[in-house]
Write a new protein. Sequence first.
Length: 93
Amino acid sequence: MKTFVFLTITLSSTYPKSPAGFDGLAIKVVHVLLHVIHISVRNISVNPAISTSPAIFAGGIKLKQVWWFWLVLVINTTPQMNKFLKKLIFVNR
């Protein structure tokens, strides 16, 4: 959910028809808020490398969940997926 919100804000604020000059501010504010809320409330990690090593040592359900973290990271950084998400989000603009 956090990745979806951040990706949506990033794509919509950098859209060519959005107001110029506010993209950096919107991205940074959402980034800080997501980190403050998720780290303090849910005690989650926002870095896959930091999450992987404790999951390996803890085993069990933690190790079964860490693959999702890496999969979402790879999907969100793929240029083709970014193009698809931009078309999906801005289909009516």
